[in-house]
Unconditional design. Structure first.
Length: 310
């Protein structure tokens, strides 16, 4: 069976009436900020038609806007992933790396002209990425996070944590992706809840208020146009720590955070799913995080998100 047609049939059954956001091709290219909303069924029909005729689909399905919960956390996924999870066609967490904590999951889908390919552009992710190819083929070229400042990211000069997590400007971000000020504030508020002595309470409250005031006063660093994690120059020849691979239907590729990569999709209909997980900063596969921050957050998600009870 044709993997592309089987995938499209499953996607249409699960999420056909749902409305999604898609990038719109302009002058033969995506990534120019042009978007539209359409139903999954219409997108699938367009992609299958172009696949059959060897043409290029006008739309590209990518990440979706995510609503926030009462605590300000974005949802784990939007459509069509939510509908696929409900139909047991998409595991709600990454089965390949069960100890990593999910940040979000997505579907990527388009159709390139026969004999041609499309490119994601050279960039890095802020999360560990598990890319699962559903149909079509991809070539992935990768460079070590140590190449970050050589590639001149749009975000400007950056510092790189030992695990590859890239941080731009004045951001105060820990290696596992936690906002440093927010995490410290949370610890202080928890200690305040546990404190019994009035002097301890006063001291902790003063510390929490001072931290939040200083965090609000930190100036933002202006970024160059475009997403900060995209390179503004091509990878020079001879740049060390280079690797490349091809993935086809059923293949999965693990791309740690901070690894620079360019993903090229071959001609015809191509679709992939991905899981972005909070980057581990520990040395153990069983216990990949040195802090309980994300584990505590995940416990609250499992309690509150009906999708995780599917």
């Amino acid at each position: 069976a044709d993997p592309a047609r089987a995938w499209c049939a499953a996607l249409d059954r699960a999420a056909g009436p749902k409305v999604v956001r898609a990038e719109v091709r302009e002058r033969g290219r995506f990534g120019r900020g042009n978007e539209c909303q359409l139903r999954v069924r219409g997108f699938v029909a367009e992609a299958l038609h172009r696949h059959a005729t060897g043409g290029a689909c006008r739309y590209y399905l990518t990440t979706q806007p995510l609503a926030e919960d009462a605590e300000g956390r974005p949802e784990l996924c939007g459509e069509p992933v939510r509908s696929l999870v409900r139909e047991n066609l998409f595991p709600p967490t990454c089965p390949l790396l069960p100890s990593l904590i999910l940040a979000n999951a997505n579907v990527w889908m388009g159709c390139a002209p026969a004999g041609r390919s499309t490119s994601s552009g050279l960039h890095h992710d802020f999360h560990d990425n598990v890319l699962v190819q559903v149909c079509g083929a991809k070539r992935v070229r990768m460079w070590d996070p140590s190449a970050t400042n050589v590639l001149r990211p749009a975000g400007g000069r950056a510092r790189v944590h030992a695990n590859g997590r890239v941080v731009y400007g004045n951001e105060r971000v820990e290696a596992d992706g936690r906002d440093a000020a927010a995490a410290t504030s949370l610890d202080l508020h928890r200690a305040l809840d546990d404190a019994s002595d009035s002097d301890d309470c006063d001291a902790l409250l003063d510390a929490a208020l001072a931290l939040e005031a200083n965090h609000e006063k930190e100036p933002a660093t202006p970024l160059a146009p475009g997403p900060p994690n995209f390179a503004t120059r091509k990878a020079p020849r001879g740049l060390p720590s280079y690797a490349a691979c091809y993935i086809g239907p059923g293949d999965a590729l693990y791309i740690p955070c901070g690894v620079w990569h360019e993903v090229s999709s071959g001609g015809g209909l191509h679709a992939a799913a991905n899981y972005w997980c909070h980057p581990p900063d520990g040395a153990s596969f069983a216990r990949p995080y040195t802090s309980s921050f994300w584990a505590d957050d995940w416990a609250r998600r499992r309690r509150d998100d009906p999708l995780l009870k599917t």
